[in-house]
Design a binder for this molecule. Structure first.
Ligand code: AMP
Ligand code: ZN
Length: 460
């Protein structure tokens, strides 16, 4: 498998540290608000990376952190008039709900920064002892000049590093690129005791501690969106190098941006749509399809028409499966479609080319629908379509396939009522939403509310 590695800026053969095992750390959200659909691109991509490795038989350990202490969380707690810990708890919960609604599998470990405060302080202390960090009036800074290879991940030269230096940080830094490991507290801010006085950790230190805690000194893959290459990942790498002399990760992988009108979608530019809002209008599979139809490193423009097209494409896959009554397929997978399976693997092995992998799914769906083909062959294509689709997180909504025997209009009417009931729930009109549920139940249709939306089925 070839993977683009930011450290070498080339596609390289992926060789795990331990045969058969992959250890991945992807930076998770800073929980000060609902996450936007640009963040969703990063979360979905790493979900697919993990699913693909699992399907190829690797034992995957996947860590995604939650940053639950940060300037922006403190800012939001002032705006909402609630303690910072409540802001973090509220949006961590929302993050978990929305991730599940997007069909993202729960990571193996999901640590929060505030849970590892002792380890954070110990790591900073070790860097001070080793001469890689220094204290200035209650702040502790990393001394970038002490680490000759500083800048190797981003390739930034010293003068460029100035651009990453935040103006509001400590003025007494020895070098503008030096970054803060520990910040002294300002009045009213959340604090933890430390050898340098009360304060809180910097973001770059949080992630290096959480990744090492679960995955060790060096693990296989570290990733996030491209905005994290510098300074965040550069600074994580620097701390680990200084501490152990070893690389933190062997491969550094970054997804491209979701843009809107040519600009990165971001909270600060206020040009975002939350994943939660998008999922009110589009299905999770359509959003996934929209992203995976492009290579993960290419920029993507947010475009509702294309998401709607994606919705139609996903529906067409489901209707291909329904056309053959997939629920009743009794075939055992054989090698009829070996070339397609190989093509799928080849695409994904080429730096996770999900766009090409999706082309294979289209090919299989054409075979499923092709009434000229013998049924066993169509069934084989359907089996493989569901298996390979599942690797990308598609076609797992079996309720969609169950009602294949219903006349189409009944199905559409039920779905219409389910949508209206969702609208009623969004408006907290519980009386109406309960009435719809009861009336459908009387007709033998059972509703099941899940974090991914409402499923329905015929009562047994
Ligand atoms: P944050 O909560 O800002 O730390 O971001 C969480 C993840 O989303 C990180 O991996 C970011 O790199 C990624 N991300 C943020 N904005 C975008 C965007 N517009 N497109 C793709 N990924 C993004
Ligand atoms: Zn991080």
């Amino acid at each position: 498998m070839q993977i683009y590695n930011q450290i070498t800026r080339t596609k390289e053969e992926f060789v795990p540290l331990t045969p058969g095992k992959v250890k991945i750390y992807a930076c998770g959200p800073t929980v000060y608000n609902y996450f936007h659909i640009g963040n969703a691109r990063a979360f979905l991509f790493f979900d697919v990376l993990r699913r693909y490795f699992e399907w190829r038989g690797y034992d995957v350990e996947y860590v995604q952190n939650i940053t639950d202490i940060d300037d922006r969380i403190i800012g939001q707690s002032i705006d909402e008039g609630i303690p910072f810990s409540e802001v973090a708890a509220k949006y961590s919960c929302a993050f978990l709900e929305d991730s599940a609604a997007l069909g993202i599998k729960a990571p193996t470990h999901q640590p929060k920064a505030t849970e590892v405060m002792d380890e954070i302080i110990a790591l900073i202390d070790a860097l001070v002892q080793k001469g890689y960090a220094y204290e200035v009036e209650g702040d502790v800074c990393f001394d970038t000049a002490a680490l000759p290879e500083y800048g190797s991940l981003s390739g930034k030269k010293t003068e460029d590093q100035l651009a990453g230096a935040r103006v509001d940080e400590n003025f007494q830094k020895r070098h503008p690129a030096d970054f803060t490991l520990w910040k002294h507290s300002k009045p009213g801010e959340p604090v933890w005791p430390s050898p340098w006085g009360e304060g809180r950790p910097g973001w770059h230190t949080e992630c290096v501690v959480m990744s090492r805690k679960y995955l060790g000194d060096t693990f296989d893959i570290h990733g996030g969106g491209i905005d994290l290459i510098f300074p965040h990942h550069e600074n994580e790498l620097a701390q680990a190098r200084a501490l152990t002399g070893k690389p933190l990760a062997n491969y550094w992988i970054h997804n491209g941006f979701l843009n809107i009108d040519g600009e990165k979608m971001s909270k600060s530019l206020k040009n975002f749509f939350t994943a939660r809002d998008i999922l009110r209008e589009h299905s999770a599979e359509a959003v996934r399809f929209f992203f995976l139809s492009k290579h993960y490193r290419s920029p993507i423009d947010f475009n509702r028409e294309i998401i709607e097209e994606s919705e139609r494409a996903v529906n067409n896959f489901y209707s291909a499966l329904k056309s053959i009554g997939f629920q009743n397929v009794s075939a055992i997978p054989d090698d009829t479609y070996f070339p397609q399976k190989e093509a799928f693997i080849q695409a994904m092995d080429d730096d996770l080319n999900s766009a090409k992998a999706i082309a294979v799914l289209f090919d299989l769906a054409r075979n499923v629908k092709n009434e000229q083909l013998p049924r066993p062959q169509r069934e084989q294509a359907a089996l493989l379509l569901v298996q390979l689709g599942g690797v990308l997180g598609f076609f797992q909504n079996l309720a969609c396939l169950e009602e294949a025997t219903l006349p189409d209009l009944s199905r559409q009417l039920i779905e219409l009522l389910v949508r209206y009931r969702q609208e009623a729930r969004n408006n907290k009109n519980w009386a109406l939403s309960d009435a719809i549920r009861d009336d459908l139940a009387a007709l033998g249709i059972e509703l099941n509310d899940t974090p991914g939306g409402c499923n329905w089925k015929h009562k047994e």
